[in-house]
Design a protein around this ligand. Structure first.
Ligand SMILES: NC(=O)c1ccc[n+]([C@@H]2O[C@H](COP(=O)([O-])OP(=O)(O)OC[C@H]3O[C@@H](n4cnc5c(N)ncnc54)[C@H](OP(=O)(O)O)[C@@H]3O)[C@@H](O)[C@H]2O)c1
Length: 327
């Protein structure tokens, strides 16, 4: 039976990771393309998913049997704080249009994408799949977090009322080629890569906000891609799955910065601005459910993945998303 997989948000960091894995893993292997599969990587040029009519047209054009739904308004702390209502509203509209169109068009399966940053602010660690709704999110991202949490509510409601096979993935912080390297709007790794690149180019100090001590879990977009492909083929339950490296694979912001300095080849002055806030010291998420279901998974070592991301940025500086005026 032929399968058409529509990846919404196919031009973003995660979508490009899936496209890379599908195109490079051996055909027919666990994560490689299968003979009966057609993969469509849609962008906002294929339709603005905030608009129900455009969502319907996208589904009518590609007739997907399966959807990996990644399209979202995404950004780092600064952007989340500045555009709370837009994060809330755009993401609610996008998710509602995708899920309802998939229901109407009898799409066999939808995997939507949440994030570990939608978890409650005050919660017992490690985070696990049962704690998503057990308290308010951090106020800095309440728009994004509430919109994303609602997807889990919708998935349950679509299953209970209509029997739909809708589920969700909860990735931790993602990085890799095709990331958003905007200095203010981006997540920590791409923003620091860009900052370090400019420090080297302009012969200025590389200064990182905070002490460098907080610990975070980062997942390489090519690893995350494999986990999405596993979910697509082997996971059929409404309950979400956290897609993350293990709690023992946390890295400090200093380790991140050290690896960036090395990969960029920066030899200038490098320091931490300890007058800047650190944020939470750690917020570990458990990947036990994932590993139990998958029977293990080998994650790319952090330094190797970071090297590949920096190399991609240096090779693609002119076209990368950096906040240059034309973008
Ligand atoms: N990045 C992370 O660290 C992270 C962590 C956890 C979860 N996630 C989740 O992972 C998913 C993918 O994130 P990402 O980092 O790959 O994002 P990204 O690089 O910013 O890409 C966003 C994608 O969504 C598309 N898009 C945005 N608004 C749209 C609209 N109105 N209609 C149609 N398409 C639209 C964009 O299309 P254009 O290119 O055409 O604009 C792009 O393909 C998101 O759901 C995000 O919440 C990300």
């Amino acid at each position: 039976m032929s399968t058409v997989i529509l990846v919404t948000g196919g031009s973003g960091l995660v979508g490009k990771g899936i496209e890379h894995v599908i195109n490079t893993e051996p055909e027919g292997s666990r994560f490689g393309k299968r003979a009966n599969e057609t993969w469509i990587f849609a962008t906002s040029a294929d339709g603005d998913l905030r608009n129900p009519e455009q969502a319907r047209k996208m589904f009518e054009k590609y007739k997907p049997t399966h959807v990996i739904h990644l399209a979202a308004m995404v950004g780092g702390l600064f952007k989340n704080m500045k555009y709370k209502l837009t994060f809330l509203r755009d993401n609610i509209l996008i998710n509602d249009n995708v899920l309802h169109t998939a229901y109407e068009q009898k799409t066999q399966k939808v995997i939507s994408c949440l994030s570990t940053c939608v978890f409650p602010d005050k919660v017992e660690y490690p985070l696990d799949e049962l704690k998503i709704h057990s308290g308010p999110p951090h106020e800095s991202n309440f728009g994004y977090a509430h919109a994303k949490r609602m997807v889990d509510v919708q998935n349950h409601a679509y299953k209970e009322e209509f029997g739909c096979n809708f589920t969700s993935a909860i990735p931790t912080n993602v990085f890799g080629p095709h990331d958003n390297f905007h200095l203010e709007d981006a997540h920590v790794i791409p923003a620091l890569i860009h900052k370090c690149y400019l420090a080297k180019k302009n012969n200025t100090p590389f200064i990182i906000g905070g002490t460098g001590k907080p610990l975070r879990q980062f997942i390489y977009s090519h690893d995350l891609a494999k986990l999405f492909i596993w979910m697509l083929r082997e996971y059929d339950d409404v309950e979400p799955v956290i897609l993350s490296v293990g709690e023992d694979e946390e890295v400090s912001i200093k380790q991140v910065a050290d690896a960036i300095v090395k990969a960029v080849g920066f030899t200038g002055e490098y320091s931490f601005d300890t007058t800047r806030a650190d944020g939470q010291f750690r917020k570990p998420a458990s990947n036990k459910k994932l590993l139990n279901l998958m029977g293990g998974f080998e994650f790319t070592p952090f330094d190797k993945a970071l090297d590949a991301s920096v190399k991609w940025f240096l090779d693609n500086y002119e076209t990368a998303r950096t906040g240059k005026p034309s973008q």
